[in-house]
Design a protein around this ligand. Structure first.
Ligand code: HEM
Ligand code: HEM
Length: 291
């Protein structure tokens, strides 16, 4: 998948999720915004109640989306030998898409009333989605190969050295500028700080890199580098700055990500178990949707 195809892939996911939400809110607002006791008299009651044709359908389709989103990703991640199609990163994006759209549909299935045991499933689902957002953020701090294997500190160091060589030989970067860039990657005592401190540091460093890049833009322009060359050079420098930060944060981010799995997975399991009980009870009470 090249850059443009990937952009279309991600935009497609975003547009579908946004479009579905807007349509559901637009169509059902007058129903969902009524107090529970008045809904019975609304013309859309039979369609939008949790056991109605549409309401029930939202629950079934939303749950299928989540089941598919979880199982496809887990199979692709664990059985690389038999299922090699596409990059793992793109399957994770597909996981995020199905596991975001699924919960949106389930939210409309509940018709915004959360009662009984199944509300535990609902709130676990909310917890998985929220923890997913945090996990995704930590995930992208850990550089990986195309096949999704984590890189080691040595791999990152080698990449940094080859960027330095490139800047020196291809772009004739002055050694004073290069040492300024190397200094930006010496984070002093940060490697001895706690994990949370490092998370805050990550944002702080993003901001100081932004300022440094702006300063360099002016300095390089003054030395006659312009247009496309300047753009490419700044892009390489940015890659180097990000890489240096990742080297320092790597072991912490890997550890945080391990802790994170411990939160994401159990909520997913609680949600799935109670959902299965809920489905069993629904079928026992004769709610078989269109079947
Ligand atoms: C994680 C997925 C799901 C969650 C969180 C969920 C949640 C809920 C909630 C909160 C309600 C409303 C309870 C109330 O009236 O107070 C409900 C009702 C209902 N759900 Fe689900 N649901 C899920 C999936 C499903 C699926 C897959 C089916 C179908 C097989 C289903 C079938 C029903 C039915 C038939 C009702 C109406 C029951 C009644 O009116 O007594 N749900 N669900
Ligand atoms: C109801 C919704 C969701 C469920 C049930 C779910 C479930 C799971 C499961 C079972 C895994 C596999 C854990 C493993 O391999 O040990 C996983 C991985 C992951 N999920 Fe979700 N997830 C959901 C939503 C999301 C969302 C909304 C995001 C991001 C915004 C997200 C981000 C991630 C990430 C980053 C991973 C880790 C991938 C890896 O370690 O290779 N998830 N999820």
């Amino acid at each position: 998948m090249n850059k443009i195809t990937h952009r279309i892939y991600i935009s497609g996911f975003l547009l579908i999720s946004l479009f579905t939400t807007v349509i559901l809110v637009y169509y059902g607002y007058s129903y969902y915004s009524l107090p529970i006791e008045e809904r019975f008299f609304h013309p859309l009651y039979e369609l939008l109640k949790p056991s109605g044709l549409l309401g029930h359908g939202f629950g079934i389709i939303g749950s299928i989306f989540m089941l598919l989103g979880v199982s496809i990703y887990m199979i692709r991640k664990r059985y690389k030998k038999i299922f090699r199609l596409g990059k793992l990163k793109h399957w994770l994006e597909f996981h995020i898409f199905l596991c975001s759209l699924g919960p949106i549909l389930v939210l409309f299935h509940t018709s915004f009333k959360f009662g009984g045991l199944v509300s535990v499933s609902f709130w676990s689902m909310v917890a998985v989605v929220l923890s997913g957002v945090i996990g995704r953020f930590i995930y992208i701090q850990i550089p990986r190969t195309i096949q999704g294997n984590e890189l080691t500190i040595d791999d990152l160091m080698r990449q940094n050295t080859s960027i330095n060589d490139q800047l020196r030989t291809e772009y004739a970067i002055q050694s004073s500028t290069l040492s300024k860039l190397d200094d930006a990657g010496k984070f002093g005592s940060i490697s001895r700080q706690g994990h949370l401190h490092k998370l805050f540091f990550l944002f702080e460093d993003k901001w100081s890199n932004y300022l440094l890049l702006n300063k360099l833009r002016f300095e390089l322009k003054a030395t006659g580098v312009e247009g496309k060359d300047l753009k490419i050079l700044l892009k390489i420098i940015k890659t180097k700055l990000v890489l240096q930060r990742r080297i320092v944060l790597l072991s912490s981010m890997k550890e945080l990500f391990r802790y994170w799995h411990v939160a994401h997975l159990p909520f997913a399991i609680i949600m799935l178990i109670i959902m299965l009980i809920h489905v069993g009870v629904s079928i026992t009470f004769g709610y078989t949707w269109i079947f």
